[in-house]
Design a protein around this ligand. Sequence first.
Ligand code: ATR
Length: 287
Amino acid sequence: MLPATIDARTRVLGLIGYPVRNSLSPLLHNAASRFLGLNCVYVVFEVKRPHLRDAVRGLRALGIAGVNVTVPYKEEVLAYLDGLSEEARAIGSVNTVANVDGKLIGYNTDGRGFLRAFREEAFDPQGRKFLVLGAGGAARAVVFSLLSAGAARIAVSNRTPERASLLVDHFERLFPGRLEVAGFDQAALLSCAEECDAVINATSVGHGGEPVEEVSFEFLPPGKVAFDLIYHPGSPFQRAGWRRGAKVVTGLSMLVFQAAEAFKIWTGQDPPVQVMRTVVEKFVQGE
Ligand code: ATR
């Protein structure tokens, strides 16, 4: 999936996060570049927290054309950038950075990617009620896009409740009266999930494919949409949803759509979405 030739003109794209070794982003972006005949290569940079600032400076110094930013840096990275798109500013998190003549501009394509996937795989959010699990950068993008699309009500539940309150306060100013903080204990989650039309997992539980024992998703209501942002099949959230008869959606479509939006920002080209989807579907089927 590498470009036909890697030479002095190859544009380098990549991913910054930790852990990132199981990421499918290189597969997606390299397939897209290859399909369009672009001289670009996408690589993974596993960056530990103390090195984040230097890593971002390094993008400027080395002329890296762009990066995605993933767990756990989507909020922290804002401090090191030169500018933000309106969407990234409103969401308060960045998953895509473009190097424009030495200036690093932050974008958020998670929100659009999520919305496109949710509409395609579930329903239109207009007037509907949601329970969102998590309060990090991914959760912010989900909440922003649902509210922008006319969601009537969103309850946000997070292991660290203070972070859920911060998220709710942040969006309350833009979208007054449509948000609340929900408890993270099973009883609170059970009653809240039953009142909602869909539950969305925007926590990073299962992100690295690692087993997580201490979280229980056994409150997912049968028959309702349980949308996971994790794209690896068989995450703890997906398994609980299957067990309980929920309509489980994995994060695969969202992965493809957020990548497609990022690809367009970096290359200016219409992304070959079907090529990108096929390559990751094949990969996860073989997992
Ligand atoms: P991202 O930018 O992708 O959202 P993040 O900012 O690191 O990543 O956020 C990860 C989210 O997953 C947080 O909501 C986190 O909860 P805390 O705010 O309490 O840390 C949640 N999360 C991660 N591991 C978890 C676990 N084992 N149980 C419950 N929630 C977890």
